[in-house]
Ligand binder design. Structure first.
Ligand code: BG6
Length: 475
């Protein structure tokens, strides 16, 4: 099948708390993921108030990207990456959240990483918030429930926009803030990842989620205006984790249910594309009796700007049914199991067509440039004699690339890049494991703490290199 455009971004995505380690080095403050223990597919990660020696906190060491970024970026360059999405850990820059001045060593680290990327002809794409808020903000200001947090976030964004001006053009304001919609299937995890607040501890969760969701959306649009004013060249987007939702049958009621679940993830994008907080959401909040109003000043903030691009994190699809009977099995991400699709070892349904579906849906709704900011397969890899034969990963990616290409070539979706999640093995966000590996590069680190962190090229490393070399021509 034909090649993609020559400017297409081929690369990967990583997040600070999952790879950097060095959790208390060079003035870094405590970040929210520093308080989350390791877990597994059967054992939930635990969120603690304070670190205690009985638990393992995988973010403490990550894969030591903080000290090995040069080696890792050289490997990405060897594969031919033209883009890498990283995140800045807010707690490295403002360790207490409300510090007068930023931590210079934290800024210097990201300048060094970005400079190394540029030297290697890799476009840096920087996420400003990927589950990495200083714990001090949660404790002192109650996270996104307090509008003071918007000011602190904007001050941090300004520091980063200015520090990386002229080097970074592509920014994402937030990663997956859509997981906290008042209508979502709430899990302690995703609420915590996004806000640092634990869902199960809330007395009035719907109010809290609505307020946090609104404040983050406002913070995001204000950050876009700020970033554009600092450098008109900046292209500022926001990253969403989206799951296409299919009706279980052609029963119209199943269809309506699927539609409802699909659209719960879109109000923040609507607000940032259509330049006003959506009226349907305002009516919903009124009906729920929430304490919610939008000031004239906020309205102006929404009117002033809009997203330059959309980031899509795509892993799985869902199936919804209006009335579930006991013969149907529950699916990992909600809804019921899809009889046509297989699951990964972690129960995540594998659906390459879903990628084409969601790319089309986004295009029909917004017609913006889209970067696939995450996609990939978490699997158990076996290291034998320095080799990892991960044909299953190649197969997964090949099928997704075929659908991505169809979306671009046949459906005219303006998808400008593909960034594979975790191009180097890193700590899993949902389970805290190393065992759930995504990478083209194997990292010798195990969940029991053994391993010497040596990096190995997997078979998929060479395969992806060829995909990039042929610009998607050979899959
Ligand atoms: C996304 C997150 O939702 O899923 C990443 O943005 C995360 O941070 C990825 O790592 C995959 O999830 P997991 O649990 O397999 O690491």
């Amino acid at each position: 099948m034909s090649k993609l455009s020559k400017n297409f971004f081929w690369g990967g995505s990583i997040a600070a708390h999952q790879c950097e380690g060095a959790w208390n080095e060079d003035g870094k403050g405590l970040g929210m993921m520093d308080l989350v223990t390791s877990g597994s597919v059967n054992q939930d990660r635990i969120i603690v108030d304070e670190k205690t020696p009985e638990y393992i906190f995988p973010s403490e060491t990550g894969i030591d990207f903080y000290h090995r970024y040069k080696e890792d970026i050289a490997l990405f360059a060897e594969m031919g990456f033209t883009a890498l999405r990283i995140s800045v850990d807010w707690s490295r820059i403002y360790p207490n959240g409300d510090d007068e001045t930023p931590n210079k060593k934290g800024i210097d680290f990201y300048i060094k990483v970005v400079d190394t990327l540029i030297e290697n002809k890799i476009e840096p794409i920087v996420t400003l918030y990927h589950f990495e808020m200083p714990v001090a903000i949660i404790k002192k200001y109650n996270s996104w429930l307090n509008r003071k947090t918007i000011d602190l976030y904007l001050k941090y964004c300004e520091t980063m926009f200015k520090s990386l001006k002229g080097k970074v053009k592509y920014w994402a304001t937030f990663n997956e803030m859509n997981h906290i919609d008042a209508k979502s299937n709430h899990s302690d995890f995703f609420t915590y990842f996004v806000t640092g607040i634990q869902y199960s501890k809330l007395e009035n969760p719907v109010q809290v989620l609505a307020t946090c969701g609104y404040n983050m959306t406002l913070a995001s649009i204000k950050a876009i205006s700020l970033g554009h004013s600092i450098d008109a060249e900046n292209k500022i987007g926001c990253v969403f984790g989206l799951t296409p939702t299919y009706p279980y049958s052609c029963n119209p009621k199943d269809n309506l249910k699927a539609l409802e679940i699909t659209f719960r993830d879109f109000y923040q994008i609507d607000a940032m594309v259509y330049k006003h907080f959506p009226n349907y959401k305002i009516r919903e909040y009124e009906e729920l009796g929430l304490d919610f109003s939008i000031s004239e000043e906020d309205k102006l903030a929404f009117e002033k700007n809009s997203l330059d691009w959309l980031g899509l994190n795509y892993y799985a699809s869902e199936v919804e049914i209006d009335k579930k009977d006991n013969s149907l099995e529950d699916a990992f991400f909600g809804g019921v199991k899809n009889p046509y699709l297989k699951d990964s070892d972690w129960g995540w349904v594998i659906d390459p067509d879903g990628l084409r579906y969601i790319l089309n849906l986004l295009t029909q709704k917004y017609d913006l440039p889209i970067i696939i900011t995450e996609n990939g397969l978490g699997a158990v890899d076996k290291l034998e004699n320095g080799k990892i034969h991960d044909e299953y990963r190649i197969e997964y990616l090949r099928e997704h690339f075929k659908q991505m290409k169809l979306a671009i070539k046949k459906d005219h979706v303006n998808c400008i890049g593909y960034l594979m999640w975790g191009p180097i093995d890193l700590v899993s966000a949902t389970t805290g494991e190393m065992k759930k590996r995504y990478g083209f590069i194997y990292v010798d680190k195990n969940d029991d703490g053994t391993g010497d962190l040596t990096r190995y090229r997997k078979d998929s490393f060479y395969w992806y290199k060829n995909v990039i070399e042929t610009n998607g021509g050979e899959l």
